[in-house]
Design a protein around this ligand. Structure first.
Ligand code: C2E
Ligand code: SIN
Ligand code: SIN
Ligand code: FE
Ligand code: FE
Length: 523
């Protein structure tokens, strides 16, 4: 092959002793990979010579050479990104080439490489069903190996290879966008969501799997009326979460963020990407990704735009979800406060019970979403007091036995007021109203259940409620000092209260005290 290798016209070929293997043209990076399979050396040489100056879509050709069917199978397995195989039919036996074609499509499962069969003599044309079954692009007789014909052949083969690859990438990209979108649609917490968008965005930027190493730094910032804050960050920006953008970020980054906020659409620069997501509420969310190694191509751009639209929708979902949750929270507190007002409990009793219940729930090992529900629902534990006559509810002294029997109905009254709701929080409130006066030993009301038959929410609110009621002034009693309250908690361990919960409460008295201070009663 020295005839082509002495090329002094600037073409770069590998070492001429490397007759059997791949030509390692590192300078040919980005070339189309062509595999020539033929047991005749001269066919290799003629082909190479004919295609020496060939270029398609700004790329040249990198040849590999196989001299038998066995070699060809090995080489195609090792180079699945081969664009075209020029395949001799008759080599070690008279169907070696057809075996290679079958191997490529079936064993190697390579559907992208274009296969051109080349037969030695006229009349050796492969069966029609071979051509269709193995997706053979073309077949040529070797006598047709003129420069012009090879050129045309290569041009059309590469064009179809390029289109197949583009479709493949498109399909893969869409799959990535769909899975990225599914991922962010699951996130309901705004901080998790923002971090998820940043991670998925970074992943989509690296769709190009050839990128060997690429360090990306990214951040997502939220721009609302009165604040411009870093919501999530990776790489060099990692430490800046929660910081004010103006204080934390370098001037250039700030300029970029201002640019995208002004332009109100994604901006693609050489080494960085600026994303823009607006929400109905007027909040602007900006994503900044730096350290990209090459320009974002057209395909990636359209995929990113698609993802951006989905992020906008997901973002709106979260805002709605948060709005609903905030509304529920407000209603629940208003209900709790209505009870406090009626029973002249001027204070923050329900807020303290909510915080202490959360503390106990987390210490007990409940899942975070369940603890969240518990915290939101616990202010409703005494909702049934609304149905208790004023003379009994606000009696300035001890109850008689009959009065207390009526008072005890507040548990079931509260339950019945809430249980028909579809809302998770209100249903949890029903359970809590029903169970918050049950006792671990079974001596409580309304049902006298014991131990684990009492819902965990009820067991938790029972201890939070009594702890706080004892520390508060009531129309029928004075507030107790903390040491007396703690004594009673110890005495009731395993009687009124679940032992494990008493232990958690007493082990966390510093936090409990902080809650009492934060939500102290104002007289
Ligand atoms: P509350 O005032 O919110 O008290 C909740 C729970 O804290 C009580 O449930 C009880 O377990 C505990 N607790 C409150 N104060 C004391 C106390 O001085 N000593 C002891 N050992 N425990 C205390 P309970 O007893 O089932 O009462 C439920 C609700 O009935 C009370 O809610 C309060 O609204 C009302 N209540 C109970 N006894 C009287 C009373 O003698 N007079 C009046 N006016 N209301 C009472
Ligand atoms: C990359 O790997 O940095 C990115 C870019 C691309 O091709 O979109
Ligand atoms: C729990 O048992 O912790 C949660 C169940 C519920 O939501 O009622
Ligand atoms: Fe109660
Ligand atoms: Fe209470």
């Amino acid at each position: 092959m020295s005839d082509v290798n002495t090329a002094d016209d600037g073409m770069i070929f590998a070492d001429d002793n490397d007759d059997n293997g791949v030509i390692h043209g590192s300078e040919m990076l980005g070339a189309w990979k062509i595999l020539i399979v033929d047991d005749e050396e001269s066919v290799h040489n003629v082909t190479k010579l004919a295609l020496m100056d060939f270029r398609f879509a700004d790329k040249g050709i990198e040849f590999s050479h196989a001299y038998s069917g066995a070699d060809a199978k090995k080489m195609i397995s090792e180079n699945p990104d081969t664009a075209v195989v020029l395949l001799d039919v008759v080599m070690e036996d008279d169907h070696a080439g057809l075996d290679v074609a079958r191997f490529i499509r079936e064993d190697a499962n390579n559907k992208t490489v274009r296969i051109v069969l080349r037969t030695g003599q006229p009349g050796q044309a492969p069966e029609r069903d071979v051509i269709t079954t193995y997706d053979i692009n073309d077949y040529k007789e070797k006598t047709e190996l003129t420069s012009q014909k090879l050129f045309t052949l290569m041009y059309s083969s590469l064009r179809s290879y390029r289109d197949i690859i583009a479709l493949e990438n498109n399909k893969r990209g869409l799959e990535e966008v769909i899975s990225a979108s599914a991922n962010i649609f699951e996130l309901k917490n705004m901080n998790h969501f923002t971090r998820g968008v940043l991670d998925q965005m970074t992943a989509l930027m690296h769709l190009d799997r050839d990128a060997v190493y690429c360090k990306t730094d990214g951040l997502a910032a939220c721009h609302a009326k009165d604040k411009f804050e870093v919501m999530a960050a990776t790489g060099d920006f990692e430490d800046m979460v929660g910081a004010n953008v103006h204080d934390a970020l370098p001037h250039e980054v700030l300029q970029d963020l201002n640019a995208v906020a002004t332009k109100r659409q994604n901006i693609y620069l050489d080494d960085r990407f600026l994303g823009f997501f607006k929400s109905e509420g007027g909040t602007e969310n900006l994503v900044y990704l730096s350290g990209l190694t090459h320009q974002v191509g057209d395909l990636d751009r359209s995929l990113l735009e698609l993802f951006t639209r989905n992020v906008g929708i997901a973002y709106q979902n979260i805002e709605l979800h948060q709005d609903i949750e905030n509304t529920q929270r407000e209603i629940v507190y208003m209900l709790g406060e209505a009870v406090e007002t009626r029973s002249k409990e001027t204070g923050n009793h329900v807020k303290r019970v909510a915080e202490i219940s959360k503390l106990l729930g987390l210490g007990y090992g409940l899942e975070e979403p369940d603890v969240n529900i518990l915290k939101l629902a616990s202010p409703m534990h005494d909702l049934g007091k609304i149905g208790i006559p004023d003379a009994i509810l606000n009696k300035p002294g001890r109850h008689t036995e009959e009065e207390f029997e009526i008072m005890k109905t507040h548990a079931i009254l509260g339950h019945d007021m809430l249980i028909n709701s579809e809302r998770k929080i209100l249903r949890a409130g029903a359970i809590i109203a029903r169970d918050h006066h049950e006792k671990w030993n079974g001596a409580g009301y309304p049902n006298g259940c014991k131990e684990n038959d009492i819902h965990i929410y009820g067991r938790i609110v029972a201890i939070a409620d009594v702890f706080d009621a004892l520390g508060s002034e009531r129309c029928y009693k004075k507030a107790w000092p903390l040491d007396k309250i703690i004594d009673l908690m110890r005495e009731e361990r395993g009687h009124h209260f679940e032992p494990k919960l008493v232990d958690i409460l007493l082990a966390n008295m510093d936090q409990v005290t902080a809650i009492r201070d934060q939500y102290a009663d104002i007289f």
